[in-house]
Design a protein. Structure first.
Length: 290
């Protein structure tokens, strides 16, 4: 009798897991990788993808960055129709390119064009890490080159926002050649008196760091951005030493003289406006010292 009472299994209603799932649309919320706070995506977007709890800067799509910087209705895109090919016949490369085009609505890992920042005309190039990790292939190098030539012809400043995993391995040496190509046209642009500003965002690595990203008259970066050439583990194995915890961060580079300023994203438009205004007036030393 007692055994029957204690061994009697209780009956519970079972509900399929699909029915108890909360009806939350995909992409509605985001979790901060730094402080783990969960926030509404729309609220994050309103604050330029900066976590209001800890200041972490999320990656930003090229179209949203351009919208946040350029005066409304002034941006005109260059060379949007340029498409990468597969000159080395790398297996599966075309399929990967097409997949990224569908995912991002971009034709390549960079958007170039011209417009105005608080009334100051400028040519701008914005790399987008969503497309092949922002890797630099032949089209990326060509679009930067054409944008610099346009800036030179129209006597406009040039601003490049970098976000890249480096050279694009599927294009081999053709990708590596873009380092020399962009650096050469930058020298011509500089000799012609052009103003070149780089803003390094997370991550800026490999051949991009080793070429145009480090050649600005002003080299700026966003807080916490990883900036470097080789990876941390490879460097530690090579020099047989443990690197500092903050190695290859924007703050580390600023401390060691490799950057001019680390600028939070919500202050960037005003800071760029100041630089553009100073060069219109012919002086910048006092601003850099502040």
């Amino acid at each position: 009798m007692l055994n029957n009472i204690f061994n009697k299994k209780k009956k519970y209603a079972t509900v399929p897991s699909q029915q108890v799932r909360p009806d939350v649309p995909e992409g509605l919320m985001k979790k901060c990788p730094s402080c783990k706070k969960i926030m509404y995506t729309k609220e994050l977007q309103k604050h330029l993808y900066i976590c209001q709890s800890c200041g972490y800067h999320f990656q930003m799509a090229s179209d949203e960055r351009i919208k946040s910087l350029m005066d409304e209705g002034t941006f005109v895109e260059f060379d949007a129709d340029l498409l990468s090919e597969n000159p080395l016949k790398f297996p599966g490369y075309e399929e990967k390119l097409e997949k990224d085009r569908q995912k991002t609505s971009l034709n390549e890992a960079i958007v170039t064009g011209k417009g105005k920042i608080n009334g100051h005309g400028t040519v701008i190039a914005v790399m987008d890490a969503r497309f092949r990790m922002g890797s630099m292939g032949s089209v990326v190098g060509e679009k930067i080159t054409r944008a610099l030539e346009k800036a030179m012809a129209e006597n406009l400043p040039m601003i490049i926002f970098t976000a890249s995993g480096g050279a694009r391995m599927q294009e081999g040496v053709l990708s590596l050649m873009q380092m020399a190509k962009t650096s050469t046209v930058l020298k011509k642009y500089s000799d012609a008196g052009g103003l070149f500003i780089t803003v390094m965002t997370h991550p800026t690595t490999g051949g991009v760091t080793a070429s145009f990203a480090s050649l600005g008259d002003y080299n700026f970066a966003e807080p916490g951005a990883m900036i470097g050439f080789a990876g941390r583990r490879i460097i530690e194995q090579t020099i047989r030493e443990q690197l500092p915890e903050d190695f290859q961060t924007a703050e580390f580079l600023l401390k060691h003289g490799q950057l001019d300023r680390v600028i939070p994203r919500d202050e960037l438009k005003d800071q760029l406006t100041t630089v553009l205004s100073l060069h219109d007036q012919g002086g910048d030393e006092a601003w850099l010292q502040n």
